[in-house]
Write a protein that binds this ligand. Structure first.
Ligand SMILES: C[S@@+](CC[C@H](N)C(=O)[O-])C[C@H]1O[C@@H](n2cnc3c(N)ncnc32)[C@H](O)[C@@H]1O
Length: 199
């Protein structure tokens, strides 16, 4: 499905980084190693590389990641990419200064698996930055997020607080905000934003 969605030259979510990431990326130690989860066509990875980070982008879609490499080349930065499924990806121990999860909607069991590995995968003082749609998004008129038939791919702040309890929360908000990200995400949307630092 994702390869099909990414298969024309348009960048479905645009080429500008996510606004919440732009506000929060400085919580990741400067120049550090950053892993971008479910990174699709690479707009967030390329932005972080432009800020001086060493970035690895992972996603299920090889077509998306090839577009990410093309975008990086156009912007004159290097990123690493890896086709991987979050359902069985191994994060390693103290590997990353930052882990970024922007609209990484997966089945609940995969999300819980990922989140329980985040704290050990981060280096001390590393940061985890997440924005995702909440359950309420299925009632909004905006475009974006899993459909109501895939409710379990949505999430709440209280679930994130449970799954990411090993981190020190520096941002934890559920809110409605206007989103304008290509043709894929737009309008007043119901989101959760979370930043946690490794103790
Ligand atoms: C809404 S897009 C977000 C892309 C990117 N993070 C962004 O903000 O532009 C969701 C992405 O999740 C990826 N994805 C979905 N399930 C995944 C999984 N199990 N493992 C890795 N990537 C996955 C899809 O291929 C898709 O690129």
């Amino acid at each position: 499905m994702w390869n099909e969605r990414y298969s024309n030259s348009e960048f479905v979510y645009g080429t500008e980084a996510n606004e919440f990431l732009k506000e929060q990326f400085r919580q990741i130690p400067a120049g550090g190693r950053v892993l971008c989860l479910a990174e699709g066509e690479g707009r967030n990875a390329v932005f972080l590389a432009e800020q001086g980070y060493q970035v690895t982008a992972i996603d299920l879609s090889d077509i998306g990641l090839n577009k990410a490499l093309k975008l990086a080349a156009e912007k004159g930065v290097d990123i690493q990419t890896q086709v991987a499924d979050l359902a069985d990806y191994e994060f390693g121990n103290e590997q990353w200064d930052g882990i970024v999860s922007i609209w990484a909607h997966t089945p609940e069991a995969t999300r819980q698996r990922v989140h329980t590995q985040v704290a050990s995968a981060l280096k001390p003082n590393g940061a985890f930055i997440l924005e995702a749609y909440t359950y309420e998004q299925t009632t909004m008129d905006s475009v974006g997020g899993p459909p109501a038939s895939q409710q379990q791919m949505l999430m709440s702040l209280s679930q994130l607080r449970t799954e990411l309890v090993a981190l020190t929360e520096t941002v934890g908000v559920e809110q409605h905000r206007m989103i304008s990200e290509g043709t894929g995400h737009h309008g007043l949307s119901a989101v959760v934003q979370f930043v946690g630092k490794k103790k």
